[in-house]
Design a protein. Structure first.
Length: 149
C-alpha cells in the first residue's frame, strides 16, 4: 500500500480562507493519511541491545491471521438480554394467538407452523387463494395490534 502523499497547501491555493478552515482541512488530510496508510501498514521493531526483531501487525488485521494465532473472539451465541427479550416476545405472541378465533388460529397454524403455502392450502381446502391471502393479511394486522397493547 502506497503512502498517502498528497499534501495540499491550502493557504496558497485558497488565500481567502480563514485559519480555522485551513486547520480543519489539514486535519482532515491527516485523518485520510491515517486511514489509508497508518492503519494498514505492518511494522517491525528492532531491539539492537537484545538483537531481536518484533513484528507489529497492522491495526487493520486479518481475521485469518488472528485465528492462526488462536486469538479469542466473542462467542457467536445470543446474549442473555436478547434471549430474555425473545422469550418474553414469544410468550406474548402465544397469548395473542390464543385471543384469535379458532378459524384464524387454524389458518395461522397451517401457514406458519406447518409451513404450507397459501396456494397449497387453497388447493387442500377449496378456498380461493386470494381469500386465504386476504384473511392472512387481516389476521397478521390483528396480531400486530394485539402485540402493541
Amino acid at each position: 500500500m502506497a503512502k498517502f502523499e498528497r499534501k495540499t497547501n491550502y493557504r496558497e491555493k485558497h488565500p481567502d480562507l480563514s485559519d480555522e478552515i485551513i486547520e480543519t482541512l489539514e486535519k482532515s488530510d491527516r485523518k485520510m493519511e491515517y486511514q489509508q496508510y497508518d492503519l494498514k501498514v505492518e511494522r517491525y521493531r528492532i531491539d539492537y541491545a537484545k538483537g531481536a526483531v518484533t513484528y507489529l501487525p497492522s491495526r487493520e488485521d486479518s481475521y485469518e491471521r488472528l485465528l492462526e494465532e488462536n486469538r479469542q473472539f466473542a462467542a457467536d451465541a445470543e446474549c442473555v438480554d436478547d434471549t430474555v427479550v425473545k422469550a418474553v416476545m414469544i410468550e406474548k405472541m402465544l397469548a395473542c394467538l390464543k385471543r384469535l378465533t379458532s378459524k384464524e388460529q387454524e389458518l395461522i397454524t397451517e401457514l406458519f407452523f406447518k409451513s404450507k403455502s397459501e396456494r397449497q392450502l387453497s388447493m387442500e381446502t377449496g378456498i380461493p387463494y386470494m381469500t386465504i391471502h386476504d384473511r392472512k393479511v387481516k389476521i397478521l394486522y390483528k396480531l400486530k395490534k394485539l402485540m402493541e397493547k
